[in-house]
Design a protein around this ligand. Structure first.
Ligand code: NDP
Length: 249
């Protein structure tokens, strides 16, 4: 029996990267996991297979986020598999790195639609399913609170907005014993960062800014999320958990 046995978790963007690591960890802890994906069904099925191979239970759920009606479509699909939710992890997001001269409206709107609007409406439409004592965990970024890095401005703005959602939602859901927290990774090895971290300079920079002298791994983040998903985190809500390996200090 794991600490999450009997609970159901939904992890958005669990086909790859940090989301996959979180889904696998929550599955090992006993939760039944809805493995959400956008376009990569094969990868989501691999996540499901990995959870099942470790003795857990999971199903895949594909809905493109960032489009009108995305949240309702996701819950409709979710309801075909199960009823009721205990843990919602808003992990799916997209990035962008440009100077302001190169940011156009279409890209700005897309970033906010996927990284901010989708989590908000997933919570709004998911609330009737979220059981008392549940958990909402939003995956933010150290970039929301680091010293200014203007190339990442719009992405960082979306994460700062997500952190406000965390703060305010903790008051809305608190009366039901539901906690809401942000987890902020620093540079973590995933498809997203592979190119940057494969260069000598990129890797050295990431190692240097961390107080612990290394680049973050997916499991470093998944373990923090597992704590916030567990009963042991019951008195932590509305918080911003720095999971950057000391990159902001
Ligand atoms: P990846 O790019 O490796 O994976 C992103 C995941 O999100 C995939 O499963 C992808 O699904 C899904 N996704 C992306 N866009 C959409 C969409 N429009 N609709 C549905 N699903 C979508 O990301 P990471 O694992 O690197 O990042 C995960 C989270 O951690 C993000 O919130 C990110 O901002 C945050 N973060 C990451 C850091 C890092 O260094 N990696 C640092 C700080 C924060 P599919 O492939 O199926 O389309």
């Amino acid at each position: 029996m794991g600490v999450l046995t009997g609970r159901t978790a939904l992890v958005t963007g669990a086909s790859r990267g940090i989301g996959r690591g979180i889904a696998e960890r929550l599955g090992r802890d006993g939760a039944r996991v809805a493995v959400h994906y956008g376009r990569n069904e094969a990868a989501a099925k691999e996540t499901v297979a990995a959870i099942e191979a470790a003795g857990g239970s999971a199903f895949a759920l594909g809905v493109e986020l960032g489009l009108p009606g995305d949240a309702e479509a996701l819950w409709e699909e979710f309801d075909r598999h199960t009823d009721g939710l205990d843990i919602l992890v808003n992990n799916a997001a997209i990035g962008a790195s440009h100077p302001i001269e190169e940011i156009d409206e279409e890209e700005y709107d897309r970033l906010f639609a996927v990284n901010v609007k989708a989590p908000l409406f997933l919570v709004k439409h998911g609330m009737p399913r979220l059981r008392d004592g549940g958990r909402v965990i939003n995956i933010s970024s150290g970039l929301a609170r680091t010293a200014a890095m203007p190339h990442n401005m719009v992405y960082a703005m979306t994460k700062a907005a997500l952190d406000v959602l965390t703060r305010d939602l903790s008051k809305v859901l608190g009366p039901q014993g539901i906690t809401v927290n942000s987890v902020a990774p620093g540079l973590t090895t995933t498809d997203n960062t592979a190119e940057f971290l494969s260069t000598e300079a990129g890797r050295a920079m990431a190692e240097e800014i961390s107080a612990l002298g290394r680049v973050g791994a997916v499991d470093d983040i998944a373990d923090v999320v597992a704590f916030l998903a567990s009963d042991e985190s019951r008195w932590v809500t509305g918080s911003w958990v720095d999971a950057t390996g000391g990159s902001l200090t």
